[in-house]
Design a binder for this molecule. Structure first.
Ligand code: DON
Length: 524
């Protein structure tokens, strides 16, 4: 079973498993296929994270997040008047050094069973023979035009100045050549040699700063999975450089102290979840960063006693302003997620991103891909909100070679008996954390079917802006009134796009693509 934001991407994974590949082979096939058929977020010009649970009990996490180029510096996006520019979001200097190819090649070598030629075959076919644009893709090209058009994206998506319509057969020969180089030379096909020379030269001619040395130095990192418990279930989550695992663990630790969560959709539900996220995000925004540069207190933040202290600061009938919570607890981050499970029970949760849709908008014709705008996930000016309104601290300031903090939260949940239960993750910047964890809570606490858990309305709180967010029509008006009376700012926002697979006792696996997405779950 594969659940992905792209139907063709999901089909690529199933194709590989039908040929005898395992979940990791399939996940890598989906990753490369999505770079062709879902370029708003699927990528080779970005990065991501993969959490793996093998049926034989081995767990693993691979971090292939982008890093800041060697020429990057703390204030590179601040102008002479001290004002933060938008250059971390769009254009040739917004990109971190891409990690996706290195990470997927490495994951395949360690946990896969097939060759690069096998798993890249669907992606190369989609790129060479082309695929038919569906209406969702066509709509995305129209609505994101202002992002990519100034930076050459029109070379791929515009014909005679007009966005290509649904029904078009889109072929990508330059991308196919890049993918063939990766098959022939492994990661070196992307990071060294002729193709790397071509695309870095193209980028430099437009003012970009990623060099061949940056590419040669890039390394994915295997990390210890964060393993936590929630009401007897086990969670396998992604450690920093993503904030996802720590923040979900911290939130669920706070909520676990309530014997039973309030009725779904009620004022108290919103209050407790909102307050728990608020507290966990305060820590996230200040303390989490790349562990190679900053000492990150993972053990403390995922500790249940610490969570009890945070819980004690949640009043029964009023909101606590973020500034007050911060005082009370102070002591002396376009994206797509896909979930894969094979017939043996091996499971892979992968979230990967270009940050904004079509990344920095920079399309490299020479190699056929979009580059990320991940530099905006740093605190480009500590204390000033980024694209997602996140206010982050010094720990996440820009330094050459450093990974920018992420919110990506690929997560695997094991049942009380240790068997695989749920493979889940989302897109949505900081809302990745809240949407992923609410699908988990909906299943574990509210005993919803996976389909209900995915379609249920979500809430979000990220400490600053100090407000609780709901989806349109996601909360009853009287509940919103009650929350305002308790002191909450109540606002609206789209919250996440989840892809999940759940084991259903006696019935195999159920895969669900978020009803907010136009992807699909495909199984056989
Ligand atoms: O790594 C992060 O947290 C962000 N770059 C994710 C961006 C994202 O989810 C955009 N999608 N809506």
């Amino acid at each position: 079973m594969v659940a992905s934001d792209s139907p063709l991407g999901a089909a690529a994974g199933v194709e590989i498993m039908k040929k005898g590949g395992n979940a990791v082979d399939a996940a890598v096939a989906v990753g490369f296929a999505n770079a062709v058929v879902y370029p708003e977020a699927g990528n080779i010009g970005g990065g991501g994270y993969m959490v793996i649970h093998m049926a034989d009990g081995r767990d693993a996490a691979i971090d292939y997040r982008e890093v800041a180029p060697l020429a990057a510096s703390r204030n590179m996006y601040v102008d002479a008047n001290g004002k933060l520019t938008n250059k971390s979001i769009v254009g040739p200097t917004a990109s971190g050094v891409p990690g996706a190819v290195a990470g997927m090649v490495e994951a395949l070598a360690k946990y896969g069973t097939m060759s690069l030629a096998d798993v890249l075959a669907p992606a190369i076919r989609y790129a060479e023979e082309g695929f038919i644009l569906d209406s969702a893709f066509a709509r995305s090209i129209v609505s994101n035009r202002k992002n990519y058009e100034p930076y050459n994206g029109g070379a791929l998506f515009l014909r005679d100045g007009t966005p290509i319509p649904a029904g078009t057969l889109l072929k990508q020969p330059a991308l196919a050549a890049t993918l063939r180089a990766i098959v022939a030379q492994g990661r070196d096909g992307f990071y060294k040699g002729a193709i790397a020379e071509k695309w870095t030269n193209e980028l430099h001619s437009r003012g970009g700063i990623i060099t061949m040395e940056d590419l040669a130095r890039y390394k994915p990192v295997w990390r210890d999975v964060i393993k936590s418990s929630y009401r007897g279930y086990s969670l396998l989550t992604m450690p920093p450089s993503s904030s996802g695992g720590v923040t979900i663990t911290e939130t669920l630790n706070i909520l676990e102290g309530y014997p039973q969560l309030p009725p779904f959709g009620s004022t108290q539900w919103a209050h407790l979840l909102g307050s728990a996220y608020q507290r966990a995000f305060i820590d996230r925004n200040e303390k989490l960063a790349d562990p190679a540069f900053v000492n990150v207190p993972i053990a403390q933040l995922t500790d249940k006693t610490y969570a009890a202290r945070l819980r004690a600061t949640i009043g029964s009938d009023h909101a606590t302003p973020t500034s007050l919570v911060t005082k009370a607890i102070r002591e002396g981050n376009e994206t797509t997620h896909y979930s894969v499970v094979d017939s043996k029970g091996n499971a892979v949760a992968t979230t990967t991103t270009l940050n904004e849709l079509y990344g920095s908008g920079v399309y490299l014709s020479s190699a056929g891909f979009f580059l990320n705008d991940e530099m905006d996930d740093f605190a480009a000016q500590p204390g000033t909100p980024n694209m997602f309104g996140l206010v982050q601290g010094e720990a996440n300031a820009i330094q050459p070679g450093k990974r920018m903090l992420s919110a990506m939260s690929p997560t695997i949940v094991l049942d009380r008996d240790g068997s695989l239960l749920l493979v889940v993750g989302s897109r949505g910047g900081p809302r990745i954390i809240t949407s992923t964890s609410q699908v988990i809570l909906n299943v574990l606490d509210y005993h919803m079917t996976l389909a209900d858990a995915m379609s249920a309305p979500r809430l979000h709180h990220q400490a600053l802006p100090d407000s609780v967010y709901f989806e349109t029509d996601g909360i009853r008006p009287e509940v919103a009134d009650s929350l305002r009376a308790m002191g909450y700012g109540v606002n609206r926002k789209a919250i996440g796009q989840v892809n999940a697979i759940m084991r259903v006792k006696g019935r195999g696996y159920e895969g669900v693509n978020d009803p907010r997405s136009s992807g699909r779950a495909v199984g056989y």
